[in-house]
Design a protein around this ligand. Sequence first.
Ligand code: ZN
Length: 339
Amino acid sequence: MSPLVDAFEFSPEKGALQQVAEGIWWLKMPLPFDLDHINLYLLEEHDGWVIVDTGLGGKVSRDIWQRVLAEPLASKPLKRVIVTHYHPDHIGSAGWLCQHYQVPLFISQKEYDCAALQLVQADDTALLLQFLASLGVDQNDALPIIKASGAVLHMYDPLPENYHTLHHDQTLEIGSRQWRVQLADGHSPAHATLYCAELNLLISGDQVLPRISSNVSVNMNTPDANPLACWLKGLQSLQSLPEDTLVLPAHDAPFYGLHRRLAGLQRSHDELLEKLLGLCTDEYQTVNALTHPLYKRKLQGFNLLLALGECQAHLHYLQSQGKVSSQQNDQGQQLYRLK
Ligand SMILES: [Zn+2]
């Protein structure tokens, strides 16, 4: 299968803009993680700007937004903020942007509710401790996870108290163009992507990334969920877009090769499922016991939490296929074995 094609030879410096299509600009915002940036997009209307995703809450993002909106884009005001999903690198600065520039937020209901829940849970470790215990994580590993998770949950500015809800298959008019909103579950419960047929351009958020695969995890709020089934359905529905769509992802660089990337993502989950099935035996095992051999690299802190959640998501998918069975023991640990 031929590789993906980068859409542009150059990418902007962090904090800088690059035009990617008529009236569409790419802003690379720094992040203090291994994944060191998020791509945000600005859409031009005749009388202002619409932004898609915001960066983390806090001073770094604010300073960049104030500079960008005061200098290169100063000829028109900010009009609207659209957020693809509730993760802090996407929605973190939305509250400040909406309040400071007096503009409305557009987001799906489930994503707003999840973001609101994150803010409530930022200082409450009891549920996470209980969830980690159910995965078989001991106290030594749990403490750094709780610390790292708490830090991430503090990367949100307070949310706007009113907002406009995005709906699946809704058409948004931005400038003179029509953008189709699609919502998909899996990476988050109702992640929005925006497709403009006139430009043949998809703002994909974390729903399709060119090099890394998005985390698909069971989390403490919905420990029985089967997010991988939803995620794979979401990948299939994007197959209806043309292969030569220009994809503007939230991380890495804009690219061509949508169908190849969707097939590659499906394959990577198939491989992980097969590997995980090979690790399951007739004996019951915890998620923690299966996660470390599954990834074969040192995992700790927030990365360990993501890996545990992803392992459990794949276990729940295997369970839904009748290949694995599960039960809870007296200590509240969820255990899995071959069926
Ligand atoms: Zn995300």
